[in-house]
Design a protein around this ligand. Structure first.
Ligand code: FUC
Length: 760
């Protein structure tokens, strides 16, 4: 056995053995920085239940004493079609009702419900009546099942009724000891979710639930395992009318295969898969005082306002990565407004794919935090939409080539709420970024370049030519306020970004020289960003920005982030104007808006201001409505509160922290570009930079780089910008100084590591 396997087996054994877990051990675990936990079951779905998922389906866990409740989803369960937007749907609920217990039961003092994001496992442990109970849940990508494992330290401890509920009302049917729900939505989309239950000791019988359906009755089992799988017949192929394999067949295959494995085998497969992604990045922003680190997570969020808790900041950082791995895996759909977790058939904003910031923000973290594979569902989604979007674009803008999108989008190409003309150009940024980080030329050639080109062609045909040669986007709308008019900065800057990306792509491939030069010419003629009368970066061509406008969108700053036109180094005047605008917008807003502002301040190289916003972001949000004025922040389960729950803020937070530590949008790797004083010493491993570099290790002390190792994965020249002088023994390296920064440039070899340390 190699070391890795031994480690996994040891970890697994330590998790599954109920006997080894006593109150003492649990107390010791409390300081583990990658655990979100609570001392009571969840009362509410949105704010307290903990999420898990395998990119396709997932659940929200309540961890009740008398009843376990897991509300579950499958990411393709959508109403609507090519013309109706529809909404992402709830799928169903799994209930385990423990016999002889009721809701009046007091919560045992040693109750603990936790989500360990380093392993993507949820655990619930408590003692009741002298019996130690333990539940362990995870959602496996390799085995395509959700696994719920119930154990106790006394034989025959479990007597329970297990039931399923379909959120669309079908009756539960049985097949052996499997229960299933299946049906069709109004658009004909077929779905199936089934569970199989394996008991250890005792009996398990299928019986009527008294309401025309079926349930499972377990008596005096020592323990049991529930395997759940869910699917629909959605396919992302338009030529197949968005339908594929029958869901019941897939679900049965998944359950048959998983049933043949032991819990330990399933867990090992899951851990190996999950760690291969999650384990790539580690971060240390400082150590939290032990008494605070030992508190339940919701309490830490409250106490955050009183005392520093860098481990909570790091936990929230890694949580964004956990949520992306859990809701966006190869072969599936991209994370929607709620990732994949949704309890309603009429969710806020349909839990859809919004194209004017939200879906894009969901993926800002993917490449820099070393989760490039999790980016693929978004790229596949864009690909699957192309043909239907070409048709709808034709109807709206007859005669144009290419395509664009409206603001609200479903999984069948249907959309609603106003045209967002630069929407596809913003998608194109994600397409380009995947290449910029991976240098995958085959991907660039076969997919990225053709898509970039067709989106460029849309603008080639749609841009308005003014008599003086200036090019403006006609009748745009700056999300989501102000008039509809020509030359809105949001449109102009996204088009500029698109053209820049297209030109670079064409240069890499040596493709379409004439057309590339034409695009370059169009780029030069685009209406340029303007600085207005109070020094702000104008949102519209007319200088009408209101310094009192605190609207959540800051779309006029696209060129600063996620665009790369504006930077403190290359365009200091525009950067200064962006700063003026940003100061006027204020530091408090909805969840995703604050996350975006962290990214803006990081790009402005103002770490302390980015950190101020980060502080505002980590505010325990109350309420359960959609009232923006209740204030954004996070809930007890660390879901981002728009409010209501919206996952873009979680992803945007992780992207923002990354931007504070490393940036690479200006052809150089900037180390610690926006380090706040609060993180004066720390380290991070595994971040990625454009050019296919991995910052294998970066340690800093007192705001200066102490140690640095960079791995080159594609060869090429590496340009570094450091806040302090660095030592190295790299042949041919050139160094220079610019203002307070130290710059280094050197040729790299594929697979080589390059190490630096501080000059004392
Ligand atoms: C955008 C925002 C809203 C909300 C919605 C889902 O349009 O303006 O604040 O986040 O998307």
């Amino acid at each position: 056995m190699n070391k890795k396997i031994i480690y996994i087996v040891l970890v697994a054994l330590s998790i599954i053995s109920a006997k080894t877990v006593n109150a003492q051990k649990r107390a010791e675990k409390k300081s583990d920085p990658l655990i979100i936990w609570d001392d009571k079951p969840a009362k509410t779905w949105m704010t307290e239940a903990y999420p898990m998922g395998n990119g396709r389906f997932g659940g929200m866990v309540f961890g009740g004493l008398a009843q376990e409740h897991i509300q579950f989803n499958e990411i393709s369960l959508w109403t609507g079609d090519e013309s109706e937007t529809g909404a992402y749907q709830a799928f169903g609920d799994l209930f385990v009702n423990f016999k002889g217990k009721d809701t009046s039961m007091a919560i045992p003092a040693n109750y603990r419900r936790q989500l360990d994001i380093s392993k993507a496992i949820q655990q619930i442990a408590y003692a009741d009546g002298g019996v130690a109970y333990k539940r362990e849940y995870f959602c496996s990508f390799p085995d395509k099942v959700m696994v719920l494992h119930f154990t106790a330290d006394k034989k025959g401890a479990y007597s329970a009724i297990i039931g399923l509920k379909d959120a669309h009302g079908s009756k539960v049917t049985a097949n052996g000891t499997a229960l299933q729900i299946e049906g069709k939505l109004e658009n004909g989309l077929a779905y199936n979710a089934s569970i199989v239950v394996k008991t250890e000791g005792g009996t398990a019988t299928v019986e009527s639930d008294g309401k025309g359906g079926t349930q499972l009755n377990i008596n005096q089992a020592n323990g049991f395992t529930v395997l759940l799988s869910a699917a629909t017949d959605y396919s992302n192929k338009r030529e197949q009318h968005w339908r594929g394999e029958a869901p019941g067949i897939k679900v049965k295959q998944n359950l048959d295969a998983a049933s043949a494995k032991t819990f330990l085998q399933l867990f090992n497969n899951h851990l190996l898969d999950y760690k291969s992604l999650f384990g790539r990045v580690a971060i240390n922003l400082g150590t939290t005082p032990a008494p605070i680190a030992a508190e339940p997570t919701y309490k830490r969020v409250i106490d955050y306002k009183k005392a520093a808790d860098p481990q909570l900041e790091a936990l929230l950082y890694q949580y964004g990565r956990y949520l992306l791995i859990s809701s966006s895996r190869k072969g599936g759909l991209p994370a929607n407004l709620q990732g994949l977790w949704n309890e309603s058939n009429n969710p806020p904003w349909r839990s859809d794919y919004h194209s004017n910031i939200n879906i894009q923000m969901n993926y800002w973290l993917a490449e820099p935090t070393n989760l490039s594979e999790c980016h693929i569902p978004y790229l596949d989604y864009i690909n699957s939409m192309r043909e239907v979007k070409k048709e709808s674009t034709q109807k709206e803008y007859p005669g144009v080539r290419g395509w664009t999108v409206k603001t609200e989008n479903n999984i069948f190409g249907g959309s609603s709420f106003l045209w967002n003309t630069p929407g596809s150009a913003w998608y194109a940024q994600g397409i380009w970024e995947h290449y910029a980080f991976t240098r995958d030329k085959q991907y660039l050639q076969s997919f990225a370049y053709p898509v970039l080109k067709e989106i460029v062609e849309f603008w080639d045909d749609h841009l308005k030519h003014r008599p003086d040669g200036t090019l403006v986007s006609p009748l745009g709308w700056s999300p989501e306020h102000g008039p509809t008019e020509d030359g809105v900065t949001y449109d102009q800057e996204i088009i500029y970004d698109l053209f820049t990306n297209y030109i670079e792509a064409a240069d890499v491939l040596g493709a379409d020289k004439t057309y590339r030069d034409h695009v370059d010419d169009m780029k030069e003629h685009l209406l340029k960003p303007k600085i207005g009368k109070w020094g702000q970066l104008q949102e519209w061509e007319t200088d009408r920005d209101d310094p009192k406008d605190t609207h959540r969108h800051s779309s006029n700053l696209f060129g600063l982030h996620p665009g790369r036109r504006i930077s403190t180094i290359k365009t200091p005047e525009l950067a200064q104007a962006a700063k003026v605008s940003l100061l006027a917008r204020g530091d408090v807003s909805t969840g995703w808006s604050m996350a975006w502002k962290m990214n803006f301040w990081a790009r402005l190289q103002d770490g302390d201001h980015a950190y101020k916003i980060l502080n505002n972001f980590i505010t325990l949000a109350g309420g359960s409505g959609v009232n923006y004025n209740e204030g954004g922040g996070v809930y007890a389960n660390l879901f981002c509160a728009h409010p209501p729950f919206q996952i873009d803020g979680n992803f945007g937070y992780t992207a923002g922290v990354t931007e504070m530590l490393v940036q690479s949008q200006t052809n150089e790797i900037q180390l610690l570009p926006a380090l706040p004083k609060a993180w004066w010493s720390g380290n991070v491993q595994g971040l990625r930079a454009r050019g296919d570099f991995e910052i294998t290790n970066m340690e800093w002390r007192n705001g200066k780089i102490a140690k640095l190792t960079i791995k080159s994965l594609a060869g090429g020249v590496c340009n570094l910008r450091s806040p302090n002088a660095l030592k190295n023994n790299i042949a041919g390296l050139t160094g220079s100084q610019e203002n307070a920064d130290f710059k280094y440039s050197f040729k790299t070899q594929v697979g080589q590591l390059y190490s630096f340390s501080a000059v004392n």
